[in-house]
Design a protein around this ligand. Structure first.
Ligand code: NAP
Length: 267
């Protein structure tokens, strides 16, 4: 029987590249997005079904997950929807903070929760969430983004015990820079004059870092590996940049690594 993957945030970037890769490997793909009526490419592909899903809408999560399960036996749920939030904490509104947590963290938790009874009954299934290298290391002025991505890493590890009782897996894919619209349409930011100097430095550095970014297709390959390797493993660090930084942090420890980042960015 054909395998099926359910993807959130499949309208662009990594979500869309993952939809195309799995489709090309013969999977059924349930590609969810906020505005499926606008999608013109995935809708042309065989075995791809588009469904509406805003991951901050708990009611829509319930109805879309029910529709997905009725369509195909789902094997893998890929929690990918997310965006960046940049700015000093005192520059951010409560609304901005809530929206980031609602999307990047609670969206993942709620979509997962909606699928668990189904996976438990069939005694199989796998959750994969897109975190980030920002889920195991930090840069200045991204504290809320890091809070959500560190949270998804820790939550996934914590969930592995109860899900393991029912033969359900949970994994994270932690990419470095990906050449997508993330720094354009998917970055919410606010400035505050008291942090102007770091903001300028950081933006210069982000541009340099994005020069070594992976393509969305390269990171989608890691999602495919995580979905199909059958390993009892949680974290898949994805991309040369993320792997180099991960190795450096392991080598010198988190405290020294933090000082190194501070020196590099703040001088
Ligand atoms: N690009 C990077 O450098 C990078 C690095 C590390 C991790 N990541 C992570 O990779 C994931 C995908 O990002 P990307 O790089 O592919 O950026 P992207 O091309 O901008 O895609 C972001 C996707 O998330 C969707 N989304 C945002 N809020 C949503 C919501 N409330 N409900 C449903 N979908 C929502 C967007 O949908 P709409 O089209 O409706 O806006 C879009 O499909 C994110 O979790 C991001 O944190 C990205």
């Amino acid at each position: 029987m054909q395998n099926t993957i359910f993807i959130t945030g499949a309208s662009t970037g990594l979500g869309k590249a993952t939809a195309k890769l799995f489709q090309s490997k013969g999977w059924n793909v349930i590609a969810t997005m906020r505005n499926p009526e606008k999608e013109t490419e995935l809708s042309q592909l065989e075995n791809v079904t588009l469904l509406p899903l805003d991951v901050t809408n708990p009611e829509q999560i319930k109805t879309t997950v029910a529709k997905a399960i009725a369509l195909h036996p789902v094997n893998v749920v890929f929690n990918n929807a997310g965006y960046g939030l940049m700015g000093a904490l005192e520059a951010l509104s409560d609304e901005q903070v809530l929206k980031q947590v609602n999307t990047n963290l609670l969206g993942v938790i709620r979509v997962t929760q909606a699928f668990i009874p189904y996976f438990r009954e069939k005694k199989s299934g796998l959750f994969i969430s897109t975190t980030s290298m920002g889920g195991f290391l930090t840069f200045p002025l991204h504290s809320i983004y890091h809070a959500t991505k560190f949270a998804v890493e820790g939550w996934s590890e914590g969930m592995s015990f109860e899900l393991g009782l029912h033969n359900i897996g949970i994994k994270t894919v932690a990419p470095g820079g990906i050449a997508t619209d993330f720094l354009g349409r998917s970055l919410d930011r606010n400035s505050n004059g008291a942090y102007q100097e770091i903001e300028d430095k950081l933006f210069g550095l982000v541009d340099v870092m994005m020069e070594s970014a992976s393509s969305a297709q390269q990171i989608a390959q890691v999602v495919y590996e995580a979905a199909t390797d059958g390993k009892d493993r949680i974290r898949y660090v994805a991309g040369a940049d993320a792997n180099a930084l991960y190795a450096r942090r392991q080598e010198i420890g988190s405290e020294e690594f933090r000082k190194e980042i501070r020196k590099q960015i703040l001088g």
